[in-house]
Design a protein around this ligand. Structure first.
Ligand code: RTP
Ligand code: MG
Length: 189
């Protein structure tokens, strides 16, 4: 029986791969470990406007309060090459040049957060892409007005989450840890 993968290995595995390891390790099918099988990691960026406006702490606090667990964080400049890779899917769209200028204009706080269904949960905390359409109580509603100054980025699905975590962080930067409160937030603990 193989040992549980480290944080870096774990993040590289798709959910089915994780499920197989759970099955091999514990002898139970992953669907019987619902929350554990749905443990996801997602990339979050506090974008330049939010950094300039002093909202890093507010955004981190909201994710912490939600119960999500921090896996990695780095405050950094974004060069053109990284911006182009991160936003490759938007190349050719009218807003693409402005988007590259925006994301490279000032440092960002790049983070990985983890938890059951974290990808959808984080996008819900951030709110709709257009702040004017974002739900009251979401970050983009509470602090934003315009789509080109919408404060945060969050991965939009399992494939992009995996790609983006690997684009922004080296495997040894991903911290695999447990909190004593986990069993009060994650049902499977
Ligand atoms: P993000 O990738 O930043 O988390 O945002 P998202 O999924 O909610 O939105 P997406 O469609 O991926 O767009 C990426 C970012 O491009 C800017 N944008 N501008 N002017 C426009 O019509 C427009 N559309 C998108 C936003 O900064 C958006 O977050
Ligand atoms: Mg997106």
């Amino acid at each position: 029986m193989r040992s549980k993968p480290t944080g870096a290995e774990w993040s590289r595995l798709d959910p089915i791969g994780r499920g197989r390891i759970i099955e091999a390790e514990l002898g139970v099918r992953p669907e019987f470990l619902f929350a554990e099988a749905n443990l996801e990691r997602t990339l979050v960026l506090v974008k330049p406007d939010a950094v300039q406006r002093g909202l890093m702490g507010e955004i981190v606090a909201r994710l912490e309060r939600r119960g999500l667990r921090l896996v990695a964080a780095r405050f950094q400049r974004v060069d053109r090459a990284l911006a182009e890779r991160h936003y490759a899917v938007h190349k050719g769209k009218p807003f693409y040049p402005g988007l590259l200028d925006y994301i490279t204009s000032s440092p960002v706080l790049a983070m990985v957060w983890e938890g059951p269904n974290a990808i959808g949960a984080v996008r819900q905390t951030m709110g709709s892409t257009r702040p004017a359409e974002a739900a009251p109580g979401s970050v983009r509603h509470d602090f934003g007005l315009e789509v080109g100054r919408n404060l945060t980025h969050a991965s939009d699905g399992p494939d992009t989450a995996l790609e983006e975590v690997n684009l922004w962080f080296r495997p040894d930067e991903l911290v695999d840890w447990e909190r004593s409160v986990d069993r009060w937030v994650f049902e499977s603990k």
